[in-house]
Design a protein around this ligand. Structure first.
Ligand code: TMP
Length: 211
């Protein structure tokens, strides 16, 4: 059986990932393609518990390496229990954040060298990489304003704007290095334009993969 496609969505807080997930899921399912929608950190019972530890305020001041290792612990569980089995069955997997978030947040944001992250990436994922990644990009101030209107800030959302500037640049650097995999969508525009941009990316991808 052909392996399913592994697609990830990334962006700073308030970039509109939820809308993006919905548009992508609708388009993929409209083609009759079986789809698993999931997220990181999380996606399994253990991963969701780790998410609570990572995002909650109980461990404010957690060491950067601990944060990095917990992200990859959740990821190992997620890949082995859900992502890889789904792909092996020919399902497509749509994941809200994956390892690019680690390079952007723990790498660019917390200043952990990319080579250290790459070691864990290789160890935990083997050859598994997303086939398509959409980075929802917008100015930090606009993202934080949107995110601020939602709920009480979690441990990451409580960071300063300068942190998110580094995270945003981290994502844009990845996109520059891997233009074949990473598509940047300008998320600063109105909903209709953003939706149309995302629809174009996924329609092209489905066309190329199934054509
Ligand atoms: P969100 O998915 O609801 O946006 O929240 C997840 C938070 O976790 C977000 O602030 C980004 C952060 N994160 C990392 O710092 N590194 C990672 O590898 C992942 C997957 C998420």
């Amino acid at each position: 059986m052909t392996q399913g496609a592994f697609i990830t969505i990334e962006g700073i807080e308030g970039a509109g990932k939820t809308t993006c997930m919905q548009v992508l899921a609708d388009r993929i399912e409209a083609h009759g393609i079986p789809l698993l929608q999931t997220r990181e950190p999380g996606g399994t019972a253990l991963g969701e518990d780790l998410r609570e530890l990572l995002l909650g305020h109980r461990h404010t001041g957690m060491a950067d390496d601990t944060e990095l290792l917990l992200m990859f612990a959740a990821r190992a569980e997620h890949i082995q229990r859900r992502i890889q089995p789904a792909l092996d069955q020919g399902q497509w997997v749509l994941c809200d954040r994956f390892t690019d978030a680690t390079y952007a947040y723990q790498g660019a944001g917390r200043d952990i060298p990319g080579e250290r992250i790459a070691i864990l990436e290789q160890w935990v994922q083997g050859a598994l990489r997303p086939e398509l990644t959409i980075v929802m990009d917008l100015p930090v101030a606009q993202g934080l304003e949107r995110a601020g209107k939602r709920s009480t800030p979690d441990r990451f959302e409580s960071e300063q704007a300068a942190f998110f500037e580094r995270v945003r640049q981290g994502y844009l650097d990845i996109a520059r290095r891997e233009p074949g995999r990473v598509q940047v969508v300008d998320a600063s525009r109105g909903l209709e334009e953003v939706t149309a941009g995302i629809a174009q990316v996924i329609d092209d991808f489905i066309g190329a993969r199934n054509g």
